[in-house]
Design a protein around this ligand. Structure first.
Ligand code: ZN
Length: 197
């Protein structure tokens, strides 16, 4: 596999709609990818980043609630499973892949998470607050779900123009070959799945 240059892809890049399969192997290249994902996330001042946001069909995401390198805790979730949702809470969300778009999303307030760390350690916890929300947002990414999908109709209407603008921008960049064709994108995802899933 060639040297990788990761970057955060934006809506409506098709990889954001890809449902990722579980990872079955972790190697040095994957560790390097995770470390680059943290760097990209910090550069964009984000608190979470899922692998398909850097155009990789891998069931993993990274989180640091401080959004700042060297502070807080760097968390890596491999093959996460969210369960046991309890009560509901609405809060404003944004996404590094949908720049400058924000909106209210209702989600379970408390969840149970099961996942693996980079060194294969199984983690399990019951969580609430911001961490629970971020984990749900990032887990959604792994299933190809974006936060506007979870907004109610009237909230969706307020961001419809912003999404349309991103769609035309993307179409222009793809026509200009700055972004590969959908077929090329799908082929690349398949190659990655063959290697890691
Ligand atoms: Zn996101």
């Amino acid at each position: 596999m060639q040297e990788l240059k990761l970057e955060i892809i934006t809506y409506p890049h098709p990889t954001l709609r890809h449902a990722s399969k579980p990872i079955v192997r972790v190697d040095a290249a994957l560790r390097k990818i995770v470390s680059e994902m943290f760097d990209l996330m910090y550069a964009a001042r984000g608190v979470g980043l899922a692998a398909n946001q850097v155009d990789l069909p891998l069931r993993l995401f990274v989180v640091n609630l401080t959004a700042e390198k060297g502070t807080g805790e760097e968390l890596v979730f491999i093959n996460p499973v969210v369960s046991r949702p309890k009560s509901s809470e609405e809060a404003e969300e944004g996404c590094l892949s949908i720049p400058e778009v924000y909106g209210p999303v209702a989600r379970p307030k408390q969840i149970h998470i099961n996942a693996y760390s980079l060194d294969g350690q199984e983690m399990t916890a019951t969580l609430d607050g911001l961490l629970a929300r971020v984990i749900q947002h990032e887990s959604d990414h792994l299933d190809g779900v974006l936060f506007p999908d979870k907004m109610n109709d009237s909230a969706q209407a307020t961001i419809a123009d912003d999404l349309t603008a991103l769609e035309s921008q993307f179409a222009m960049r793809q026509q200009a070959s700055e972004i590969p064709t959908n077929d090329a994108i799908a082929q690349r995802l398949q190659d990655w799945e063959t290697k890691y899933c």
